[in-house]
Every structure is written in C-alpha cells, then in structure tokens.
Design a protein around this ligand. Structure first.
Ligand code: GDP
Ligand code: IMO
Ligand code: MG
Length: 407
C-alpha cells in the first residue's frame, strides 16, 4: 500500500511524529517536497530528533528513507544531519537514498534568498535556506541536480566556486544516489509512506500565495516528487493541529489578536516555536473553512488531529465555520490574499473538556466534550478523523481506524 501524509494547515502540524508512528507498518518512507526549511520532530525512547531533510522514517530501526525528486537539498545541511543522527545512535548507513533528480541548494542561493527577501515588494518571512531560489532556478532550467555531479559534461559546466563547494559532497553523495523512478518501480509491492513538508496552505498553487513556500506541499506533489504515478497512491491523510499556527508573514483569518492571553497561552502550552528558526509561531483557533478546502484539494481519506492535549485547560474552544468578506458569507477558502485579509471569521464555540488527555489511548475514553469537538470537525469537513494525538510521544496516539486498513 502507498500512503501520503501531508500537513493540512501552515506546516508544523506534527507530520514528523505521525510519519514516525505510521512508519511502523511501512518499509520505505519517501520525502517528496521541500528542503531544510522544514523541521520535523520525532520523539522516540525519550530522545528528540529534529529532522530537516532526512525523512522522519529514519528513526524507526530498519526503515528505508528516501529523499525524493521534489526536494531541494543543501548537501552541507544533509551531511550535518546525517552525522548528528549517527552521534545520536541512529545507524542510517545502507538505508538513506537520494533521488538523482532532486535539486541542490548552493551557498550563493542562500545568500540571494536572504537578499531578495530584504528587497522584495512583499517580504514572505522566508527561513532563508535558499529554497525559493533553488526552485526558481529549477523552473528556469538552470539548476544543479544531484545526478549532475556524476556526469562529466554537467560537472564541467559548473562555476569554479560551485565545484569547490560541491567536490567533497560529490564523493559522499555518490553511494547514496538512486534513480528514483526505477527504485519505486522495483519496490512497487512494498508499503511505502510519502512524507510531505510544509502544509497545504504553504503550497505554491493552493496556499496563500505569495505567502507560501516554493515546492508542492499538497498531495499532488507526492506523485511528482515521489517517483510514482498518481494512481499508484492508495490513500492520503492530512495532519492538522486542534488549533492553528503560522510562522512568517501572510494572512491568518483566525489568528489571536496581538497580546491576546489565549494566543500567548497556546504558544506556551503548545511550545509553538519554530524547529528551524526558533521564531515564535503565530497562533489562532481552528479554521474549518481552510481545513475543508484542504480535504478537497488533497482528496483526504482521513484526518489525523494532533495537540488535542494543548487544549486540556481551556474553558472554551472556538472554531471558524465561515468568513464574512465585505458583507458576504463565504464558505470556500478564497484564492486571494486581499479576500483573506478582510475575512472576518464566523465563530462557533465549544466548552473545554478540562481533563488531561495525555494518557488516553482509546476514542471511547476521550471526554464527551472532546469527542463532540472532533465529531463537529468530521461533520463539517466530511472527512473522518482516523487518528488522534494527545502528546508528542509515539505512544500518545489513539487509533480509530488504522491508516493502513485497505477499505
Ligand atoms: P512538523 O513540521 O509537522 O513535523 O511539526 P514540528 O515538529 O515542526 O512541530 C510539531 C511539534 O508538536 C513538535 O514539537 C512535536 O513534538 C509536537 N507534537 C506533535 N504531536 C503532539 C501532540 O499531540 N501533543 C503535543 N503536546 N505536542 C505534539
Ligand atoms: P514543516 O515541514 C512552517 C514558511 C516560512 C515562510 C514561508 C516561506 O516543518 O511544516 P521558505 O523558507 O520556504 O522560503 O519560507 O514558509 N515555512 C514553514 N512554516 N513549517 C514549515 O515546514 C515551513 N517551511 C516553510 O516560515 O513563511
Ligand atoms: Mg515543522
């Protein structure tokens, strides 16, 4: 079976935790998009792993981790990460592969990324990891692909400074490089997990453009960046938090107002600080208009909700069920920032459950008020909630229906 996992909001939904957890039943995990702008957290056996480029399946012993064609890879960051994994006792050798079609991030791209941000008409709040420039050069057909390092005619075209930077990584990368298309065809009978980066609302086409990243973080990217045709994918799951966060600039209709006590409390209790940049994440309540749109654009078979425990002490929990835009009631996520910036959320409130959820392991044992909240999300989004996460650890997970079930 082949399962895609995407972030259904603005990133940081807990994809790392859920991919590590789902990898238990997979043999291969392929990251299909993004670069070192991502920060995926996996907590296993009391240790915390912060992954930026290496798929989150690497922590589970024996799983194969593939960096897919849709990724943009800074080789220095990749080998730093692999060295750190080794220090942390994760034996990755023989189970990390890199697509020959993935693009490389060079040092000049990172500098240019930061420089362009300062001069941009609309600063995005980029992580400054060279992501936008690398994808732009890819589209301009002037990028450097991993496979190019091993083709003399391509290597010869590189500038002297590029060769100097890449030479040591050329040797280290060589044994890891695969033809991803051939690899996927040969492994087509295995259970494979496709790990997304960022989130649907940061997708280049379906996100809040221009306040997006530059890769395909929506489920369609799994096929393009993962080396399989779309009909080879069996199921798609969207991970979302019980509330909303966003890092960087851009519209956020359900954001708590500056200085809001609830917003600050969510940030503190939910530890909402970026894994890659350490920036405080902006916080807000759940936006069901955006979530339902994500269910459609990604054909989600099921939802995975994380961070339910963060709401344990809240008296009241709000969700947004529609927007009012210039007097009009809107239930479809608008395609323009202008509309999103004027959107006033229509709110529905739920009473808090005021009970710690961290040790709950069965749906039936969730407090009725927590189940009511989740049932409303299912009803509104017309998508079942398959898994509920009640804490950062692997075992703090309730399964209603295993994602690996065929039907
Ligand atoms: P990703 O980018 O989607 O992989 O998410 P991040 O790793 O950037 O951020 C998610 C954070 O939430 C990490 O610190 C996780 O350890 C943590 N986390 C994941 N699931 C839960 C949960 O159910 N409850 C709590 N309290 N933390 C969680
Ligand atoms: P994970 O995979 C949250 C945001 C940045 C910025 C915008 C563009 O951990 O969920 P870029 O560096 O791509 O030019 O930044 O996108 N961003 C993320 N926000 N989680 C991420 O990844 C993100 N990757 C990029 O903050 O607003
Ligand atoms: Mg993250």
């Amino acid at each position: 079976m082949k399962i895609v996992v995407v972030g259904a909001q603005w990133g940081d939904e807990g994809k790392g935790k859920m991919v590590d957890w789902m990898a238990d039943s997979a043999e291969i995990v392929v990251r299909f998009s993004g670069g070192a702008n991502a920060g995926h957290t996996v907590i296993a056996d009391g240790k915390t792993y912060k992954l930026h480029l290496v798929p989150s399946g690497i922590v589970a012993p024996g799983k194969v981790a593939v960096l897919g064609s849709g990724m943009v890879i800074d080789p220095a960051a990749l080998f730093d990460e692999l060295d750190q994994l080794e220090k942390d006792g994760v034996n990755w050798k023989g189970r990390v592969w890199v697509s020959d079609r993935a693009h490389l991030v060079l040092p000049t791209y990172k500098a240019l990324d930061q420089e362009m941000e300062t001069q941009s008409r609309v600063p995005i709040g980029t992580t400054g990891r060279g992501i936008g420039i690398t994808y732009a050069l890819k589209a301009h057909r002037d990028g450097v692909r991993v496979g190019d390092l091993f083709v003399d005619s391509c290597w010869d075209h590189l500038r002297p400074a590029e060769k100097e930077f890449l030479a040591p990584f050329r040797e280290r990368l060589h044994p890891l490089v695969i033809d991803l298309v051939a690899f996927m065809r040969q492994n087509s009978q295995k259970n494979i997990l496709f790990e997304g980066a960022q989130g649907v609302l940061l997708d280049l086409d379906y996100g809040t453009y221009p306040f997006v990243s530059s890769g395909y973080s929506a489920a369609g990217g799994a096929s393009l960046g993962g080396g399989v045709g779309p009909r080879h994918l069996d199921k798609v799951f969207g991970v979302f938090k019980a509330y909303s966060t966003r890092v960087g600039n851009g519209p956020f209709p359900t954001e708590f107002k500056e200085g809001s006590v609830l917003g600050e409390r969510l940030r503190l209790v939910g530890q909402e600080y970026g894994v890659t940049t350490g920036r405080p994440r902006r916080t807000g309540y759940l936006d069901l208009v955006a979530l339902r749109s994500a269910c459609w654009t990604n054909s989600l078979d099921g939802l995975i909700v994380t961070k339910m425990d963060v709401y344990d002490d809240f008296d009241e929990i709000q969700v947004c069920t529609a927007y009012r835009i210039r007097g009009r009631l809107v239930e479809d996520f608008p395609g323009t920032v202008a509309d999103l910036e004027t959107a006033e959320p229509v709110i529905r409130s739920f009473p808090g459950w005021k009970t710690p959820l961290g040790s709950v392991r069965r749906w039936e044992d969730l407090p009725q008020k927590a189940r009511d909240y989740l049932s409303f999300i299912e009803e509104y989004s017309q998508t079942p909630i398959s898994v509920v996460s009640v804490g950062p650890d692997r075992d703090q997970t309730l399964v209603r229906k295993s994602p690996w079930t065929r039907s």
